[in-house]
Ligand binder design. Structure first.
Ligand SMILES: CNc1nc2cc3c(=O)[nH]c(N)nc3c(CCN)c2[nH]1
Length: 375
């Protein structure tokens, strides 16, 4: 645990850029997609297969792990890396977003947020200090400040109030982090301000006053729509330091990833590849396919013969269709694996296009080919 966290910029092409985040558990090639491992597992995919898809880092969630099996128990097992057998870097979210989207009886105060577990109704309190304590017990390499992700839509005054609270919590998170975290760990600030450009500016400036080695763009992918999300990125990323990673939280579909890389985002996380895979949706260069659809019953072709991922190369669409119709466990397993592999191949293709100065052409060709909806 001696290598301090650092970010080095690689190539730039327009606003898109490649880079490398060095951590004590390995290097993260950016732009990077982080598979979501909410409860210490990337659902239905073994960590060795997650690694084989090319993922350099996965995400874990404070909210879920504090409730079950508890952060203290994970620490007794040696931390989340050892517990889950993921040896690379782990980023953890701080819990506020999940409390608001999952728990019951929530009460938000200056101190923090109290809530009842969605699992057994037990009462809990998350403060900036407790969230950092949990993320350190888990052993997360990259940690998040506790923040409030405002709902969308939200009034300008309510958004400003929420943003100011998140800034106060950013200060408290950093103070707690500096008390107990190691030099090899990093804490990101989270920019809020909903869809209001002046508030995004205010949040970005306030967080840089406090000073973080990386900045997340929060408050998006909450129903505002792609164009509004891109509009917020257009005004926000230019305000952030170029020499520090930018992480767009909870995003997204392949077209979102391309548009956000175009707007100088370096890191992403999204449940879509695994969640949609569990329900029979396969993501491909041409767009999503619903493999339960009758059109695939006799389809003898694989999802992507050009991939070296067994899930994409060795199984026919007809077999996958059969697995889902039969309710076989292997269906969700193979499709989650394939989708993660596709997401990593998309990220690798973007990194390569940026390095070769042809990202505009790549983005244009991808948008022409990738049909999100038939017709
Ligand atoms: C799916 N859309 C989405 N929007 C988010 C915003 C925040 C956000 O504003 N703050 C935090 N802490 N997390 C967020 C997350 C969770 C990311 N794994 C979001 N997910």
């Amino acid at each position: 645990m001696t290598t301090p966290f650092s970010f080095s910029l690689g190539a730039t092409d327009g606003q898109a850029r490649t880079g490398a985040i060095t951590t004590s558990r390995g290097t993260i090639r950016t732009p990077a997609f982080m598979p979501v491992g909410t409860a210490g597992t990337v659902k239905a995919v073994q960590m060795r297969d997650v690694k084989a898809t090319g993922a350099d880092i996965i995400l874990g969630n404070t909210y879920h792990l504090m409730l079950r099996p508890t952060a203290e128990r994970v620490a007794r097992f040696g931390g989340l890396h050892k517990f889950s057998t993921w040896e690379g870097p782990i980023l953890t979210d701080s819990g506020g977003f999940q409390v608001m989207s999952l728990s019951a009886m929530r009460k938000l105060t200056e101190e923090g947020v109290s809530f009842q577990s969605h699992i057994d109704g037990s009462k809990h309190m998350l403060t900036p200090e407790r969230s950092i304590e949990i993320q350190c017990l888990l052993g997360a390499d990259i940690q998040m400040q506790l923040d409030e992700c405002p709902p969308f839509p939200i009034s300008e005054e309510a958004s400003l109030e929420s943003l100011e609270l998140s800034v106060r919590w950013a200060k408290r998170s950093k103070a707690a982090f500096e008390e107990i975290a190691g030099r090899h760990q990093a804490l990101y600030g989270i920019v809020q301000g909903s869809v209001f450009p002046d508030q995004r500016k205010r949040s970005a400036e306030a967080l840089q006053e406090i000073g973080f080695p990386g900045y997340s763009v929060g408050g998006l992918a909450v129903g505002e729509g792609r164009e509004a999300m891109f509009g917020v990125l257009d005004v926000t990323t230019p305000l952030l330091p170029k020499d520090k990673p930018r992480y767009l939280m909870g995003v997204g579909k392949p077209l979102d990833l391309v548009g956000a890389v175009e707007r100088s985002i370096d890191m992403f996380d999204c449940v879509l590849p695994t969640r949609s895979g569990r329900h029979g949706q396969a993501w491909t260069w041409d767009g999503p396919l619903n493999l339960k659809n009758a059109q695939f019953v006799d389809d003898e072709t694989p999802l992507d013969p050009a991939s070296d991922c067994p899930a994409s190369r060795d199984y026919t669409k007809g077999y996958l269709n059969h697995l889902f119709r039969a309710g076989e466990y292997l269906g969700p397993m193979l499709l989650s694996w394939h989708n993660l592999d596709f997401y990593q191949r998309l990220m690798a293709a973007m990194r390569e296009a940026i390095a070769e100065g042809r990202f505009d052409q790549f983005a244009e060709e991808f948008r022409a080919r990738h049909r999100e909806r038939k017709g």
